[in-house]
Design a protein around this ligand. Structure first.
Ligand code: ADP
Length: 611
């Protein structure tokens, strides 16, 4: 006895070690210990039974099986241990039972939890086939004619054994589900009255509930015992299965299995299976068949999402939310951050766009104002040139006027003397007309030059432009030095420009060149304007032999208001520069190579047809 207890304790320790260290290493050793422990264990082989109808019923039902085993396998001592559902589970977990007899529902659950293996299935006397042994019947009182189908249970009160009772609830619940009535939510109330199941039948009979779910064949057994009469009740959604003689409201499932726990010696398990399969059938005595397929039971659990499939309940929006709430929270936080970010970016984009539009509008206004100012400056500059030259202008107009007066007086004198001939009259009048035309030409050119106007772009002959500027200059000066205009290269003379503006530049440069040589000997007077088309640009040089500038002055040449002249404004060159740059060109100045006088250059791009 002491040896057996020690072996048991040792086996338990080794099992724990096995879990920690690895099954492979200890498996043979453990098996040997386990066999030895059970063989010599004074308590023998424990057969755990789910005693759903109480201990007495269990003993009466299963004692023949135990006796048969003890008789056929005399080297072992089999004994019965009765449990309720929870007790059986705990006993298997504690490895205090070796064989398990339970209903199919609990079996599939225990198989999943503890790896039980069925070795035989009970063959019921009331079922023709062992795969079709267990079912449920749903009863209502016979006078409740409105209750005919399981679907009529929607909104009714139903009694059953327990939420996990196989025949006493789950089988019928699945059928209700199949008929479209959710047993959990569609019925008004489900009362679980526990065992014995006779309470359920009584509750139906007394009207305490509208219908009751019980294991199939129980009503017939109660009727046989004289407890009820079958005609007192009606069966909901009744079915007939050939060979099954009880009232039925559901499909049928395999009968109870007997299973071995993992720790039982496989050789002993095999012997037990062999002995059970050879157990003779007898009146009121169970017999066993080969182990059946319990997949229909698993399907039932899956449909109802209970037992091993209870986890499926979590795959609902609420279940998932319960399970993954930290992730969801994180996701929500990310989403919120993203929304905030997007809104902020959107807001910034709007703000920047508005700022950009404002600044564009402001720039446009500024450019408009600058253009306006430029035009005013150019106009002023032209007027300033005219102002500077006005004394000489008066002289220029005075010359033809003097000629006109001279011819007119000569005509008067001759007429008074009576010597006026028609030929002389014609000649004088012709000269008067010529001189008048000369004066009006000067006035026309000046008016054209001085008028206020907006900039234009058109092809203009550069050479003609320079000649016109020279003519204007000569017309405006009392004694104008020689202005030589030379075309030095290129076949195209048309430049796309505002002719008047370029003429203004030429006039300014020519006037400055003449001013630079004022008071110097005759050979230093005279201006040379050289024009050329080089590659894709026009190059203009205005060359003088004047006084030139020292390097410090040369640096400030294009600064506004830089002037060395007592009556100068210092605006001519800055305006010329801005005109040339507005045409896409460049204006600059260099001292002549021999150190005498200056050369002012400007370039203008050739437009397509002139390139
Ligand atoms: P302004 O003629 O009213 O002085 P400009 O801007 O036309 O204004 O000229 C600025 C200054 O540049 C002149 O005062 C002069 O000192 C200098 N300058 C311009 N052209 C020449 C030149 N060809 N030779 C020497 N100095 C020049």
């Amino acid at each position: 006895m002491a040896l057996g207890a020690n072996l048991n304790a040792m086996a338990a320790r080794v099992r724990a070690c096995w879990r920690r260290t690895g099954r492979a290493l200890f498996s043979p050793f453990l098996a040997a210990l386990a066999i030895a422990a059970h063989a010599d264990n004074p308590e023998g082989i424990a057969v755990g039974v789910f005693a759903f109808q109480g201990e007495r019923a269990a003993i009466s039902d299963w004692s023949p099986v135990i006796e048969h085993l003890n008789r056929e396998l005399p080297g072992h001592r089999f004994h019965l241990r009765n449990f309720d559902a929870d007790g059986l589970r705990e006993a298997i977990a504690a490895q205090s039972v070796d064989l398990v007899i339970t209903n199919p529902g609990y079996y599939v659950t225990l198989e999943t939890l503890f790896g039980l293996s069925r070795i035989a299935t009970l063959q019921s006397s009331h079922a023709a086939r062992s795969g079709q042994a267990l079912g449920s019947v749903v009863l209502a009182r016979a006078d409740r004619v409105e209750l005919a189908k399981l679907r009529d249970l929607a909104g009714r009160r139903v009694a059953a054994v327990a939420p996990d009772a196989f025949g006493g609830y789950l089988i019928a619940a699945r059928e209700m589900l199949r008929e479209g009535v959710d047993p959990e939510s569609a019925v008004r109330e489900t009362r679980f009255l526990g065992l014995p199941m006779t309470h359920i039948i009584e509750a139906v009979r007394s009207g305490e509930v509208d219908a009751g779910i019980v294991r199939a064949c129980l009503p017939e057994q109660m009727a046989r015992d004289g407890l009820i009469r079958m005609d007192e009740f009606r069966v909901l959604s009744p079915r007939r299965v050939e060979g099954f003689d009880c009232a039925l409201s559901s499909s049928l499932y395999p009968d109870w299995p007997i299973a071995v726990t993992r720790h039982l010696d496989p050789a002993l398990a095999k012997s037990v299976a062999r002995v059970l399969l050879s157990m003779p059938e007898g009146p009121g005595r169970a017999s066993w068949s080969v182990p059946l397929d319990y997949q229909p039971v698993l399907d039932l659990y899956r449909d109802l999402r209970v037992g091993p499939y209870a986890y499926l309940r979590d795959i609902t929006p609420e279940g998932l939310a319960r399970r993954f709430w930290p992730w969801l929270l994180g996701l929500l936080a990310l989403l919120a951050a993203w929304i905030v970010h997007t809104v902020r970016v959107e807001h910034l984009v709007h703000q920047r766009t508005r700022e950009l539009n404002d600044s564009l509008a402001a720039r446009e206004v500024a450019e408009c104002r600058a253009r306006d100012n430029q035009e005013k400056m150019e106009h002023l500059s032209r007027l300033s040139i005219l102002g500077e030259l006005s004394g000489r202008l008066a002289h220029e107009i005075n010359q033809p006027l003097t000629s006109i007066a001279t011819y007119a007086n000569s005509l008067l004198r001759r007429e008074a003397a009576g010597t006026l001939t028609p030929d002389a009259l014609r000649e004088a009048c012709g000269e008067i007309a010529n001189e008048a035309e000369r004066a009006s030409g000067v006035v026309r050119r000046i008016r054209h030059f001085a008028r206020k106007r907006a900039a234009v772009r058109e092809p203009v002959d550069l050479f003609s432009l320079a000649e016109e500027a020279s003519r204007l200059m000569a017309g405006m000066l009392v004694s104008c030095p020689r202005i030589v205009i030379e075309w030095e290269g290129g076949s195209d003379r048309d430049v796309l420009c505002d002719g008047l503006q370029i003429q203004q530049v030429l006039l300014n440069l020519i006037k400055n060149a003449i001013d630079a040589a004022r008071g110097l000997p005759d050979e230093r007077q005279g201006v040379r304007v050289r024009l050329a088309q080089v590659d894709n640009r026009f190059v203009v040089q205005v060359v003088d032999r004047g006084a030139g500038l020292d390097p410090a002055q040369e640096e400030r040449l294009f600064e506004p208001f830089f002037t060395t002249k007592p009556d100068g404004l210092g605006l001519g060159l800055p305006i010329c520069k801005s005109i040339i740059e507005a045409h896409g060109g460049r204006l600059w100045a260099e001292a002549n190579e021999d150190g005498i006088g200056m050369c002012f250059f400007f370039q203008l791009p050739c437009h397509e047809s002139s390139a």
